[in-house]
Design a protein around this ligand. Structure first.
Ligand SMILES: [Zn+2]
Length: 304
């Protein structure tokens, strides 16, 4: 049986028709407040999404993770949650805490730690043009660092992807500050020629720089993979230095409860608290990116 994007859309509809709690969250998404901060041609989006507080405030230290039942293991999932077995050894699930209107989680069938970008995410990017698969490293926003997974949403919901498709036209990798110096976030853009396995291997093995140890760290990356309008495989790699910025740990009016994962890095800032939605201005957005990412020179060193 082949699985297509239209099969996945039907799957979402059937899931939501039998799962009122998840359906209510998808409907609430349409009511979330959004604001655009424009950087040149690129619109960064700030989304006020109270339902995501669970994920933003999640304790991801080893003790807290060990103490809770893993929500990606099939034995712990809610009865309503169904799965599509795809590809081998993996399952596709509807995310019951959505950020975007079509929001999937690809989960490994077995409980094993989040490690490098899994091949299943690249397979999803190739099998479902129109979707973008993305990955949070274990120390870069993964809400289940103990269970290997990726997520997928519609590529058209993330304006940075289309922006980079226009700017990055030659095969190989390019640094974002060379493609568009106006961007407040830094990443490596990859345009893979069809037979370039080596470049995708590099994407799968990308590393950030752990600010605590000073060492390269494969758990400190966010990665996006998708097939563009010309049928070519693309990726964006965001090396990280920290999971959370300083403002997350402050108190009172200094606090901004943002916990950047892949979607925040690609310019969709998820803000659960109303006060933070007002506080998160351009200066703070830029500061957050600086705090959780390596400097430009180190990014080149890490990608070497
Ligand atoms: Zn698990």
């Amino acid at each position: 049986m082949t699985t297509t994007l239209s099969d996945l859309t039907e799957f979402v509809e059937s899931q939501l028709s039998g799962w009122p709690e998840a359906k209510a969250r998808y409907e609430a998404l349409g009511l979330t407040e959004r604001r655009i901060e424009r950087y040149g041609e690129w619109p960064l989006i700030v989304q006020h999404n109270p339902a995501r507080a669970v994920s933003t405030e999640a304790r991801t230290d080893a003790a807290s993770i060990a103490a809770r039942p893993c929500f990606l293991c099939s034995s712990n999932r809610p009865e309503e949650q169904k799965a599509i077995d795809w590809p081998e050894d993996w399952q596709l699930l509807v995310n019951p805490f959505p950020v975007l209107p079509l929001h999937f989680v690809g989960a490994s069938r077995s409980h094993q730690p989040q490690s490098a970008l899994p091949l299943a995410a690249i397979e999803a990017a190739l099998a479902f043009p129109g979707l973008v698969a993305f990955f949070n490293g274990a120390k870069a926003g993964a809400s289940a660092p103990d269970h290997l997974h990726y997520q997928a949403v519609l590529a058209s919901e993330l304006p940075l992807l289309g922006h980079i498709e226009k700017l990055h036209r030659s095969f190989g990798s390019a640094f974002s500050d060379e493609l568009d110096p106006a961007l407040p976030v830094k990443f490596i853009s990859v345009l893979a020629s069809p037979d370039d396995d080596e470049l995708m291997w590099k994407v799968m093995n990308a590393r950030g720089r752990n600010a605590e140890t000073g060492l390269p760290d494969p758990d400190m990356v966010n990665t996006f993979v998708w097939t563009d309008g010309e049928g070519l495989l693309r990726a964006l790699v965001f090396p990280r230095t920290r999971h959370r910025p300083a403002c997350f740990f402050k108190e009172g009016e200094e606090r901004i409860a943002v916990s950047p994962g892949a979607l925040d890095m690609v310019g969709l800032f998820i803000v659960p608290r109303a006060e933070d939605y007002a506080r998160l201005d351009r200066a703070r957005i830029e500061e957050i990116y600086r705090e959780v990412q390596p400097a430009a020179a180190d990014m080149r060193e890490l990608w070497r």
